[in-house]
Design a protein around this ligand. Structure first.
Ligand code: F6P
Length: 547
């Protein structure tokens, strides 16, 4: 069944939410906490080793009730069933959206065009396992008989960001293999990686769902050329493998068919790390850890499918985000992990969130008359505190922020972890409470600041507070908990897309730039500037004259 097309702003719940917003928008969170000392007990969800406290939001019980009504009126329950059942919910490409099947259990049944895809998924998982074990153990060798020491993942977008983020995040669990990522068509990027590797001991994983992506093919060709300076054509088979849906193009590129790990068109690039696209993850941390990552995601899938909306982590976080985006007019959301390991989480989710929900045409084919996808950004704490937190605390923009932290550190360094986490808790408290005039005056008294000086400084030192945050506190960063965390955000994206009545799984907007780049490349190569707008012509002429 396709997703229904319901304009959310035409629902009864939206009307009620609009009235509710008008009635409550001037009530601060500080007042809400004063009125109800048990807010945290009410507005939190405990699931597995996750504690999600969303009490520091501008909501009361009615807000949550109305937001849940909105989800119900937009037929979210039915949409979730269609998503997991493999219906072609990516209607503009006539495809199912089944990254969830990749982490299903072996005995599940997920039908695509009447065929259960689980046996195929498990066959590929088996080949990932065998290949990983052979490379990690050293059984598989390079063209001079040496074991592999390095792996280079060549891909871009979903074929790079997911594996790169997970390999970085799970560094603690890594084996001896050095894993590198080449994505940008900028030749300097590939050359910097080439500098670090030895052709005899490096394995190249070319990842491209379509195998037509300019950046990936250019990088793969450059690397193959470099490799062939030391090795022969037959050696390519020992060092190059590919992950793709496009078997023909991969074979044309010269990759041995036995070295192709297939994927499927019902896996979107930005949700593909659970497939063979995650081969570099498996190589970096071992197959068992890769499998644990998938299991963590599967457990989140089960929670998302079965929990009541008001107890459902992805649903609640999606609804809160809609509350700020569509009623408070917040344009962006920050994501602050309090672990350096997750430094690539925000860039990864930028693709997931913005490529999915950056749409302005509804599922009814009409331009929407309300806001959709949020801007997502972030950096780990505490670094970000010393960079952009000032704007979140005292700027003019409302920036709802997710704080992600862990109860236990990985190396057991208690002193550092206690300091890190004291900052984690302090920031959400400061964002909630701010600092009142009375508190500032009391501080001035202690510091002997009086008179005109005190009056002058006062407005700058007062913090309004009332800044919304969600706290996601997880026991420990493990492959499994990371899998659950990523799946949480994937489902949040889905819920928002359903309610905003958009198609979240295509990305036509990215295609235009690719087409134009191809024709401009021809002009640059032939040094003939064709008609463009005046600015582009001017710039191209300058470039051609000087390059
Ligand atoms: O940027 C657009 C996009 O199609 C992404 O959705 C995708 O992840 C990326 O390009 C790479 O595509 P491919 O895996 O086909 O090379």
């Amino acid at each position: 069944m396709a997703l229904t097309a319901i304009n959310p702003t035409h629902t009864t719940a939206w009307k009620k939410l609009t009235e509710h917003f008008e009635a409550t928008k001037n009530t601060s969170m500080q007042e809400l906490f004063k009125k109800d000392a048990s807010r945290a007990a009410t507005f939190h969800i405990q699931w597995n080793d996750f504690l999600v406290d969303y009490s520091k939001n501008r909501i009361d019980a009615t807000t949550l009730k109305l937001l849940v009504e909105l989800a119900e009126e937009c037929k979210l329950k039915e949409a979730i069933a269609s998503y997991f059942d493999g219906d072609a919910i990516n209607k503009t490409e006539n495809r199912a959206v089944l990254h969830t099947a990749l982490r299903s259990t072996k005995n599940d049944t997920v039908l695509v065009d009447g065929v259960n895809v689980l046996p195929e998924i498990y066959a590929v998982k088996e080949s990932i396992k065998t290949f990983t074990n052979d490379v990690v153990s050293g059984a598989k060798k390079g063209f001079t008989g040496k074991a592999f020491t390095d792996v280079v993942n060549i891909g871009i977008g979903g074929s790079d960001l997911g594996p790169a983020m997970v390999v970085e995040s799970l560094q603690f669990y890594k084996n001896h293999l050095n894993v590198h990522f080449v994505s940008n068509v900028d030749g300097d990027h590939v050359n910097e990686v080439i500098k670090k590797i030895n052709p005899e001991t490096t394995l190249f994983v070319i990842v491209s769902k379509t195998f037509t992506t300019q950046e990936t093919l250019s990088n793969a060709e450059t690397i193959r050329e470099w490799f062939l300076k030391s090795a022969s054509q037959e050696d390519v088979a020992k060092h190059f493998v590919a992950v793709s849906t496009n078997i023909q193009k991969v074979t044309e590129f010269g990759i041995n068919p036995n070295n192709i790990f297939p994927m499927w068109d019902w896996v979107g690039g930005r949700f593909s790390l659970w497939s063979a696209v995650g081969l570099s993850i498996s190589l970096a941390v071992g197959f068992d850890n890769f499998d644990a990552l998938l299991n963590g995601a599967h457990e989140m899938d089960t929670h998302f499918k079965s929990a009541d909306f008001s107890e459902n982590i992805p649903v609640v976080l999606a609804l809160l985000s809609i509350w700020y985006n569509n009623f408070y007019g917040a344009e962006s959301e920050a994501l602050i992990p309090y672990t350096q390991y997750l430094q690539k989480l925000a860039p990864y989710l930028q693709q997931g969130i913005m490529e999915s929900n950056g749409k302005s045409v509804g599922r009814d084919g009409k331009v929407v008359n309300y806001q959709t996808g949020t801007i997502i950004w972030g950096e780990p704490g505490t670094n970000s505190q010393h960079a952009f937190f000032q704007l979140i605390h005292q700027g003019t923009k409302l920036i709802p922020t997710d704080f992600i932290g862990y109860v236990k550190p990985l190396y057991g360094n208690k002193d550092h972890h206690d300091k890190l986490m004291s900052n984690f808790f302090a920031q959400t408290e400061a964002l909630l409470n701010g600092k009142t005039e009375a508190q500032v005056r009391a501080e001035f008294e202690k510091q002997n600041i009086t008179g005109d000086k005190a009056d002058f400084l006062l407005p700058f030192k007062v913090f309004e507070g009332n800044k919304p945050t969600n706290t996601i506190l997880i026991d420990k960063l493990t492959p499994k908990s990371l899998g659950s965390l990523i799946a949480l955000y994937e489902h949040k994206i889905f819920v928002q897309g359903v309610i905003w009545n958009i198609f979240s799984y295509d990305q036509w907007g990215v295609e235009l730039g690719k087409q134009l780049a191809n024709s401009i490349l021809e002009e640059i190569e032939t040094k003939t500037v064709k008609p463009h707008d005046a600015s582009t012509t001017f710039l191209l002429k300058h470039f051609l004259k000087n390059n």
